[in-house]
Design a binder for this molecule. Structure first.
Ligand code: G1P
Ligand code: ZN
Length: 544
C-alpha cells in the first residue's frame, strides 16, 4: 500500500492542555486537523520505525473514525504493530495497563474525559509514553511546536480495519491486533485485590452496591469485574452500555452530574456502597449510604488502610497529591513515616514519582485516585480498593471515614467552579489577584493569619524540571488554604476553579455541613478576588 505525503498548513490552537488536546468535535472535523496533530505527535517521538503503538478511546462520537485515521498514519510512519481495543474502545486506565503489559512504545488515547460527547460535544486526543502515563511536558511542548510548523503528514492509501473482529489483521505492512478491551485490565485487578473477600462481601444478602457507569466506557469493565467475576447482583451496574453521546449526559462522577446515583444513595433504602466513574473511566466517586466521601479523604482513607489490600500489604513508599487536593493524605503519610509530595494539577506529574518508587498512591481532588499499578488514575481500581477495605473492616463507609477523622482530624474541603466565563475577565482576575498576593502575607483574612501567598511552582524531585504558574495559593498559619486556578481542560471560555480548605481536630466539630464550615473563607475569597463583581456570577456552576 502506497504511503502518501499530504501537504497541510498549521492550525494555531493545537496546544495540549492538562490532559491532551480537547476541542469541539466540529473543530476536529476540519480538514487535516486530526492528521496534523497526530503527525506532530509522531514527529515529537524520534524514530518510530518498528515500534508498537496502542490505540483506543472512550467510544464517544468520532472515536472510530479517528482510530482508522491514526492506524493509517501509524502504518505510513513506520510503526510495526498496533494494539487496538475492540471497536476502538479502551478506557484510559486499560490503555495504560495494555501499554505496560505489552511493552509498547506508547499509546494514543481518544477521550475528552467527562466532557459531553456527540456531534456537538467535545473530542480529545492524548499521547501516553512507554511507562503507560501521559506524555510529560517536554513531549507535549514538542507536539505543539511541531504543530506550528507542520507542512505535510504521512498516511497510507485509505484502508479500513475491521475494528469489531478480535485477532490479527495487516495494514500497509503494519500488524494490527484487535484485543478484548477488558481482559488485560480485569486480570490486573485480580492480581491486586483480594477477590475472594470482595466476592464474599458482594454476595452477602445484606450488602447492596450501585455502580453508575454514566453511559460511558466503564460499563463493560464494571459488568465483567463486579457482576461476572465477583458475583455482584445483576443490576449493580447501572447505565452500563457505552453510548457515543453518553446519553446526552455529562459523565463526571460528582454530586451534581451523577444525579441518579446520588438520589438513590441519599434515599431511605440507600445501598451500602455507591460509586460512579467518568467518560473514559479514570475518575471515581465513592458514596456510602447518605454519605459522600471527598476525593481527598478517599485518598487519605485508602492510604491509611492500604495494609488491607494484598498489593499494598508490604507498605507504601510515599503518597502524592496535586496541589489543590486537601492536605488530609499528608497527615497519613506523616503517621506512616513515608514521603508526601505536592505536584501541580494533572496526572502527568505523578509519573516520575511512581517510576522512581517515591510514591505508591496518588490522587487529585477532581475525583482521581490511582497507584503504581499503572500510570493513569483509575476509577474502577478505586472502587475495588474501597470494596477490599469494606470486606476487611466490616463497617459502613461513614463509620470508616468518621473513625479516620477522629484519628487524624478533618480537612473540610470544597471546590467551586465557575464555568464559561469570558477568557479575558478570568485572566484579568488572576493577574490582579496575583499582584495582591505579596501584600497579604501576615495579614488577617476571615479571622486567620496568612502565612504565605504565591503562584505555585513545582520542581520535580526526580528530573529537576520546573513547572511554574500552577495556581495562586493563599496559605494560613492554621493550615487553611484558598487556591485559585484556571482550568486547562475546558473548551468554552474559561473555567475558574476555587479550592477552599480548613482543618478541624475538635471532635465535637467533625460533622458540620461543609459549605457552612467553610463559609468565612468562601466569602473572603469572593471579596479578595472580586469573583461576583467581575463575572456577575452570584454562585458557582458546580460545587464539589
Ligand atoms: C481537570 C482536573 C485535574 C485533572 C484533569 C484531567 O483539569 O482539575 O485534576 O487531572 O481535569 O482529568 P483542569 O480542568 O482543572 O485543568
Ligand atoms: Zn477522565
Amino acid at each position: 500500500m502506497a504511503v502518501r505525503t499530504i501537504a497541510t498548513i498549521p492550525f494555531n490552537d493545537q496546544k495540549p492542555g492538562t490532559s491532551g488536546l480537547r476541542k469541539k468535535v466540529t473543530v476536529f472535523q476540519q480538514t487535516h486537523y486530526l492528521e496534523n496533530f497526530v503527525q506532530s505527535t509522531f514527529d515529537s517521538l524520534g524514530d518510530v520505525q518498528g515500534k508498537v503503538l496502542v490505540v483506543g478511546g472512550d467510544g464517544r462520537f468520532y472515536n472510530e473514525h479517528a482510530v482508522q485515521v491514526i492506524l493509517n498514519m501509524a502504518a505510513a510512519n513506520g510503526f510495526s504493530r498496533a494494539i487496538v481495543g475492540q471497536n476502538g474502545l479502551l478506557s484510559t486506565p486499560a490503555a495504560s495497563c495494555v501499554i505496560r503489559k505489552y511493552h509498547a512504545f506508547g499509546g494514543i488515547i481518544l477521550s475528552a474525559s467527562h466532557n459531553p460527547a456527540g456531534p456537538n460535544g467535545d473530542f480529545g486526543i492524548k499521547y501516553n509514553i512507554s511507562n503507560g502515563g501521559p506524555a510529560p511536558e517536554g513531549i507535549t511542548e514538542a507536539i505543539f511546536a511541531n504543530s506550528q510548523t507542520i507542512s505535510n503528514y504521512k498516511i497510507i492509501d485509505e484502508a479500513t480495519i475491521s475494528l469489531d473482529v478480535i485477532g490479527t489483521q495487516s495494514l500497509g505492512g503494519m500488524t494490527v491486533d484487535i484485543i478484548d478491551p477488558v481482559d488485560d485490565y480485569a486480570d490486573l485487578m485480580a492480581e491486586l485485590f483480594d477477590f475472594d473477600a470482595i466476592s464474599a462481601l458482594l454476595t452477602d444478602e445484606s450488602f447492596q452496591m450501585r455502580f453508575d457507569a454514566m453511559h460511558a466506557i466503564t460499563g463493560p469493565y464494571a459488568k465483567e469485574i463486579l457482576e461476572n467475576k465477583l458475583g455482584a447482583k445483576a443490576g449493580t451496574v447501572i447505565n452500563g452500555t457505552p453510548l457515543t453521546d453518553f446519553g446526552n449526559g455529562h459523565p463526571d462522577p460528582n454530586l451534581t452530574y451523577a444525579k441518579e446515583l446520588v438520589d438513590e444513595m441519599f434515599s431511605d433504602n440507600a445501598p451500602t456502597l455507591g460509586a460512579a466513574s467518568d467518560g473514559d473511566g479514570d475518575r471515581n466517586m465513592i458514596l456510602g449510604a447518605n454519605f459522600f466521601v471527598t476525593p481527598s479523604d478517599s485518598l487519605a482513607v485508602m492510604a491509611a488502610n492500604a495494609q488491607s489490600v494484598p498489593a499494598y500489604k508490604s507498605g507504601l513508599t510515599g503518597i502524592a497529591r496535586s496541589m489543590p487536593t486537601s492536605q488530609a493524605p499528608d497527615r497519613v503519610a506523616e503517621k506512616l513515616g513515608i514521603e508526601s509530595h505536592e505536584t501541580p494539577t494533572g496526572w502527568k506529574f505523578f509519573g516520575n514519582l511512581l517510576d522512581a518508587d517515591r510514591a505508591t498512591l496518588c490522587g487529585e481532588e477532581s475525583f482521581g485516585t490511582g497507584s503504581n499499578h499503572i500510570r493513569e488514575k483509575d476509577g474502577l481500581w478505586a472502587v475495588l480498593f474501597w470494596l477490599n477495605i469494606l470486606a476487611v473492616r466490616k463497617q459502613t463507609v461513614s463509620e470508616i471515614v468518621g473513625q479516620h477523622w477522629l484519628e487524624y482530624g478533618r480537612n473540610y474541603y470544597t471546590r467551586h467552579d465557575y464555568e464559561s466565563i469570558p477568557s479575558d475577565i478570568a485572566k484579568q482576575l488572576m493577574v490582579d489577584l496575583e499582584a495582591k498576593l505579596p501584600s497579604l502575607i501576615g495579614r488577617d483574612l476571615a479571622g486567620k493569619t496568612v502565612g504565605y501567598a504565591d503562584n505555585f511552582s513545582y520542581t520535580d524531585p526526580v528530573d529537576n524540571s520546573i513547572s511554574s504558574n500552577q495556581g495562586l495559593r493563599i496559605g494560613f498559619e492554621d493550615g487553611s488554604r484558598i487556591i485559585l486556578r484556571l482550568s486547562g481542560t475546558g473548551t468554552e471560555g474559561a473555567t475558574l476553579r476555587v479550592y477552599i480548605e480548613s482543618y478541624e481536630d475538635d471532635e465535637n466539630k467533625l460533622h458540620q455541613e461543609t459549605q457552612s464550615a467553610l463559609q468565612a473563607l468562601i466569602s473572603a475569597t469572593d471579596e479578595l478576588a472580586g469573583i461576583t463583581s467581575r463575572t456577575g456570577r452570584t454562585e458557582p456552576t458546580v460545587i464539589t
